[in-house]
Ligand binder design. Structure first.
Ligand code: ATP
Ligand code: MG
Ligand code: FE
Length: 344
């Protein structure tokens, strides 16, 4: 199927067109630079940026792919979770397109899109697999029977998401926003064994109730205390070692839990997606541990991991293939859309 995907849940305006597994175009406009000086996303600024970028990004995508709207089989748009204003811009644009063209419209789940996009790179999914979606707002473990209709949430973060923890530690180390990629870069020059930071929710007492959940805020506090102690003693903070040891803790917990979950649920494929799956410490450790465990690991290249239209088009394609009924045009955005809801 030929599917147009629209993404606007946060600060990226994304429009992509896919034909089956083939990505014809992936046009993205980002307002990240406008938020950098505030150290976080300002929803009103993001909404306005989406308004300004939506039509130009859409036109650019259609032109680049040389696709006529009449040729589309479906339109997919992020219905949630995300910021209400930004989501509303994308959903309004998608509804307008659907009404003007008469094409079926699917309002889909952004977080599930982060896993769905891997089909464009590594082909059809197996019958059952685990998806670890790690991003700025989510760290969730999903058991997937069908990406269009059968997603079960095994666990998620009880506090900060992995990317969020990186951004917060980045701030405390004085790095520019968003800190995630900066910590990644610094960590590559540091010693991951230099400091033993805590591994959240891995203690024996958490094995049952929180086997599939994550917690990164205690780790973030441990890093803050460690840095403060260093400064109080007048020692220079070994930034690379702190970054490497912090990143090691996050990667250790994420990969250990996902492999345990794969074993427990009898699946041998793990898909990792979301903006944080760009993280090289996570990629390296996941590759190493999955190889040891005989588990097939699928992580799309970095450009598919950050927010973009291709993840939404990919999930829309799965909806079409599964014969899911299109969304009725009266759906609204859902800022906290549950992960069990693949589409509205
Ligand atoms: P959600 O998908 O939950 O709505 P989001 O869309 O804000 O959240 P993404 O754009 O998917 O999140 O991911 C952005 C996050 O990934 C940021 O927290 C960013 O710091 C982090 N990130 C990106 N690249 C890296 C990296 N190489 N290492 C660590 N973190 C990274
Ligand atoms: Mg973003
Ligand atoms: Fe995202």
């Amino acid at each position: 199927p030929l599917v147009l995907g629209i993404e606007s849940s946060c600060d990226e305006t994304g429009v992509a067109i896919t034909r089956g597994h083939e990505l014809l175009v992936d046009a993205v406009a980002s307002s990240v630079d406008e938020h950098a000086r505030f150290g976080g996303i300002i929803p009103e600024i993001a909404s306005r940026a989406h308004l300004e970028a939506m039509i130009p990004t859409l036109s650019r995508a259609l032109e680049t792919a040389d696709v006529d709207l009449s040729a589309l089989d479906a339109i997919a748009v992020t219905a949630g979770p995300g910021l209400v204003g930004p989501l509303t811009v994308g959903v309004s644009a998608a509804k307008a397109l659907a009404i003007a063209t008469g094409k079926p419209l699917y309002g889909v789940n952004h977080v599930i899109g982060h896993a769905a996009v891997d089909q464009l790179v590594h082909g059809d999914f197996p019958d059952r697999f685990l998806a670890l979606v790690v991003s700025g707002g989510h760290s969730s473990m999903l058991l997937v029977d069908d990406i269009a209709t059968g997603v079960h949430e095994l666990g998620s973060t009880l506090d900060d998401a992995a990317g969020e923890a990186f951004d917060k530690v980045g701030r405390l180390l004085g790095l520019p926003y968003p800190g995630g990629p900066h910590i990644d870069r610094l960590a590559r020059a540091g010693d991951p064994q230099a400091i033993r930071f805590p591994r959240g929710l891995t203690a024996a007492k958490d094995q049952d109730k929180h086997a599939y959940d994550f917690s990164f805020s205690g780790l973030k506090t441990a890093v803050a205390r460690w840095v403060e102690a260093c400064e109080a003693e007048g020692r220079e903070v070994p930034v690379a070692d702190v970054a490497a040891s912090f990143a090691e803790s996050v990667a250790d917990v994420l990969t250990a839990k996902v492999i345990a979950a794969a074993h427990r649920n009898g699946v041998n494929t793990v898909v990792i997606g979301g903006g944080f799956s760009a993280n090289s410490q996570l990629r390296d450790k996941a590759a190493q541990r999955c190889a040891e465990a005989g588990i097939e690991l699928r992580i799309p290249p970095i450009r598919y991991c950050t927010d973009n239209g291709s993840m939404i088009a990919a999930l829309g394609m799965s909806m079409v293939k599964a014969g899911v009924a299109p969304s009725t045009l009266d759906f609204g955005v859902d800022s906290s859309m549950p992960l069990e809801i693949t589409h509205v």
